[in-house]
Design a protein around this ligand. Structure first.
Ligand SMILES: [Zn+2]
Length: 119
C-alpha cells in the first residue's frame, strides 16, 4: 500500500488530471458546436468538417472514459481501498501508481485483462 503522503500526492495528480480533462472536453464541445453552426456550401468542406468533429468526438469519448477511471480511483482513496489490484487484491507497486494513478490492476492482471479484452 502507498503511504499517506504518497496517496495525497497521487490524489493531487488525479484531481489535476481530472480538471484538465474537464476543460479539454468543454473546449472540444464548444468547437464542435461552432462547426455545427457554420454554414456549409461546399461538399469538400463538409467532408472535412465531419471528419474533424468525428476525431474530436473520439478524443472526447476517450477522455470521458479516463475521467470515469479517475473518479473511481478518487472514490477508492476515500474508501481506503486505493492501491489494491481489483482482480487479485495484491498491492499495486507505487512506481506503477505514479505512472498511472488510476491503475486498477497490478501489472500481471493488467496483461491478463488486456488479452481477454482483445478477443
Ligand atoms: Zn492483480
Amino acid at each position: 500500500m502507498p503511504n499517506k503522503s504518497q496517496i495525497l500526492e497521487l490524489k493531487e495528480t488525479l484531481l489535476q488530471r481530472r480538471e484538465s480533462i474537464l476543460s479539454n472536453i468543454n473546449n472540444s464541445r464548444n468547437s464542435i458546436d461552432e462547426i455545427k453552426n457554420q454554414e456549409i456550401n461546399d461538399e469538400l468542406d463538409y467532408a472535412e468538417l465531419v471528419s474533424d468533429s468525428f476525431t474530436q468526438g473520439m478524443i472526447a469519448n476517450h477522455q470521458i472514459a479516463e475521467l470515469k477511471q479517475i473518479d473511481e480511483a478518487i472514490k477508492k482513496i476515500k474508501d481506503d481501498t486505493y492501491g489494491k489490484c481489483d482482480m487479485c487484491g495484491v498491492n499495486i507497486p507505487i512506481g506503477r501508481l505514479k505512472a498511472k494513478p488510476f491503475a486498477k490492476f497490478c501489472t500481471e492482471c493488467r496483461e491478463v485483462y488486456e488479452k481477454e479484452n482483445k478477443n
